[in-house]
Design a protein around this ligand. Structure first.
Ligand code: HEM
Length: 130
């Protein structure tokens, strides 16, 4: 089995990280949308924990994938469908990479904003500590 990309196809590491990213994004997305349907309390907290963990893992995997691509060279083969199709494919990939970093960052910002607002509104010691 190929480890690296070659003209014969994608290597095992790029394929594994690709499909792991797909699974993690699907899990994060599903729990983001339907997590509120979990039972209140421990069930919902566990759902949010898995949601956040999956989202953070996506970021870690993305950094790994970019480092791997830089270290090994991407060897993106022309599709044979024309130069504009290849450019479009490259552009779509950059867009997806951007989203894979932007969405978890938006989640992190949201989580920090929620925690701060929560402490500000209901924590009895918050005002005294500042
Ligand atoms: C690929 C990664 C991620 C995807 C696809 C994703 C997707 C989503 C979606 C679809 C929602 C529901 C939005 C709505 O109902 O309007 C959501 C909510 C949320 N996400 Fe993410 N998310 C990701 C990563 C993260 C990360 C890394 C964090 C925090 C560190 C995070 C924190 C949150 C929070 C706090 C909510 C609100 C949950 C609630 O309603 O209680 N997300 N996310």
């Amino acid at each position: 089995m190929l480890i690296y990309n070659s003209s014969k196809g994608y290597g095992a590491i790029p394929q594994a990280t690709h499909w792991l990213t797909v699974i993690l994004v699907a899990v994060a997305w599903a729990l983001g949308l339907f997590g509120d349907d979990l039972p209140n309390g421990a069930g919902r907290a566990a759902g949010l924990f898995v949601h956040i963990s999956a989202g953070l893992a996506v970021m870690v995997l993305l950094v790994f994938r970019l480092a791997w691509n830089l270290a090994t060279g991407r060897h993106a083969e022309p599709t044979g469908l024309g130069v504009w199709v290849d450019r479009l494919g490259r552009g779509a990939h950059y867009l997806l990479y951007g989203l894979l970093i932007a969405v978890p960052i938006a989640g992190i910002v949201l989580q920090f904003a929620r925690v701060t607002r929560y402490q500000y509104l209901v924590s009895p010691t918050f005002h005294r500590r500042r």
